[in-house]
Design a protein around this ligand. Structure first.
Ligand code: AHR
Length: 509
């Protein structure tokens, strides 16, 4: 039996819509063969797959980071503008593939608008210069009458794109990055770039590169050094984190499911580093966290051995039901850190480490991780509340103490809805008492769950619904905001309640 207590006044922080962002990189089949495939029967007039756009809209993705990733650090955005017929093909050193530059900034902007998402644009800090970054921002956001803004107008887009979110580079701490560099060097370059971008457009929000994982030898010193150089000129510190089975051993399910505790520690360490630098600088300004790459990533993800082809398979991870349960815990960790995490991007969106897969035959398929993201992006509205959960714990070899039942809560003051997200990491069914304190009269509105038969089930175009989302038994009400639910072993559920409107005549004679 687990005892869950949620107090209306115990807020963590506002859950920003930008926490339900995602990521499209020019990697593998994310762009060519993913969002863009003029040969597909589902292609629209611009060559974009309409079935993919429909799923992205249904997924309620708020913002999409673009164009990379590792690809960013060798990318010249000027190759992807103007007449498509004269755009150069380039060798992409990040992923060993051919980049035809058919999709560039303006094509992607069209796609993002059709998908209802904002762009979070990356500027190249590897082979790129602060000047290249500034010129890209001028091309995108400056209205007219300058060299680059007039090029955009000539290219058929009279209005500025109004891109608000910008990433200054990608994973510059990693030896795999094109032109990686030490923290001080990157920090100085990023700071000068940030100054130029803010002078061009004071309204844009800038993310500086933090550690690309807690396993990096420079972690967490990198974050301190970079922040010391850039604190006054940026709004977010970026973090990246992926989890797979410890030692690639698929039998270590409970260790794998415990990874979210490490994710929580990673986020809290970054937050502490931000606070340290803020204090050091005697600053009143608050820098927040942008977890702009997070997901489950198994080393067995399909990588096509071919080199220098357009849209080869790269990082095509087939997600199982158990992956979706850990994914849910990772997403709930973002919610439980809503006071510091203000942007997050599920990496990625289509085909590469993705909730949406295309295989060329038939409609795009929703992978298992689609469903927890869908539940979060639709139900995690308003304010994250602290959730107290008294339950059994287990010890995971790499991560230590793990609660069997992990909970996050969102309270939407406007609609009066309370969504309680529950993961059962344990291997037995669990009865949970939920005590919603100080909310007044409540009714349960829905109970929904990730549904699957076997832990290693995954969806394919032949069997697109083996893992799915569905309604389950409503919680039992015991009065006074007390309810109980039973959650199956290794499961992810959302139980939703609503405050009953006060009788408008109450208090009148
Ligand atoms: O998302 C795939 C890759 O993972 C990105 O290109 C890179 O930033 C990270 O290492």
């Amino acid at each position: 039996m687990s005892e869950i207590k949620i107090v209306k006044s115990c807020a963590i922080g506002k859950i920003e819509r930008t926490v339900f962002g995602s990521f499209i990189e020019h990697m593998g089949r994310a762009v060519y063969g993913g969002i863009y495939d003029p040969s597909s029967e589902y292609a629209d007039g611009n060559g974009f797959r309409k079935d993919v756009i429909d799923l992205v809209k249904d997924l309620n993705v708020s913002l999409v980071r673009y164009p990379g990733g590792n690809f960013l650090s060798g990318y010249d955005w000027k190759d992807g503008i103007g007449d498509i017929k004269t755009r150069p093909a380039r060798l992409d050193l990040a992923w060993g593939q051919l980049e035809p530059n058919t999709v560039g900034v303006l094509e992607f902007d069209k796609w993002a608008k059709a998908a209802g998402a904002e762009i979070m644009m990356g500027v190249n800090m590897g082979t790129g210069t602060p000047k290249d970054a500034f010129e890209l921002a001028e091309y995108c956001n400056y209205p007219s009458g300058t060299y680059w803004s007039d090029r955009r107008r000539e290219h058929g887009t009279p209005d500025p794109l109004g891109i608000r979110y910008w990433c200054i580079g990608n994973e510059m701490d990693g030896c795999w990055q094109i032109c990686s560099m030490p923290a001080l060097e990157y920090g100085r370059k990023a700071n000068e770039t940030a100054k130029m971008l803010h002078w061009l457009d004071p309204n844009i929000k800038l993310t500086v590169v933090g550690s690309s994982g807690s396993g990096m030898p420079t972690y967490p010193e990198w974050d301190r050094v970079v922040l010391e150089q850039t604190y006054d000129n940026v709004e977010y510190l970026s973090l990246h984190k992926y989890y797979g089975y410890p030692d690639d051993d698929e039998s270590r399910i409970s260790d794998f499911l415990g990874s979210f505790t490490d994710f929580d520690a990673f986020i809290k360490t970054a937050r502490a580093t931000v606070e340290y630098v803020k204090t050091l600088k005697r600053s009143k300004k608050q820098v927040y966290l942008s977890v702009d790459e997070w997901n489950v990533w198994h080393t067995g993800a399909c990588d096509d051995p071919s080199r220098w082809t357009v849209g080869p398979k790269r990082g095509e991870n087939i997600y199982t039901a158990v992956d979706a349960v850990l994914f849910a815990s990772l997403m709930m960790t973002l919610i439980n850190n809503a006071d510091s995490v203000k942007i997050a991007c599920l990496a990625q969106l289509v085909n590469v480490l993705a909730p949406i897969m295309t295989d060329g035959n038939g409609k795009a398929v929703r992978q298992s991780i689609y469903f927890p993201f869908w539940a979060g992006s639709h139900y995690a509205n308003g304010t994250a509340l602290q959730t107290f959960c008294d339950c059994e714990h287990y010890v995971s070899d790499p991560f230590g103490d793990v609660p069997c039942v992990y909970v996050a809560t969102a309270y939407d003051e406007q609609s009066g809805e309370i969504s309680v997200f529950i993961v059962n990491n344990g291997d037995k069914e669990e009865s949970c008492n939920i005590d919603l304190i100080d909310f007044g009269k409540l009714s349960a509105v829905s109970s929904e769950r990730l549904i699957y038969e076997n832990l290693f089930d995954s969806n394919t175009s032949q069997h697109p619904e083996l893992v799915r989302w569905g309604k389950v038994d409503m919680p039992v009400s015991h009065g006074n905001g007390k309810f109980s639910v039973v959650v199956p072993p290794i499961s992810f559920s959302v139980v939703r309640f609503k405050e009953k409107a006060e009788n408008p005549r109450k208090g009148k004679n």
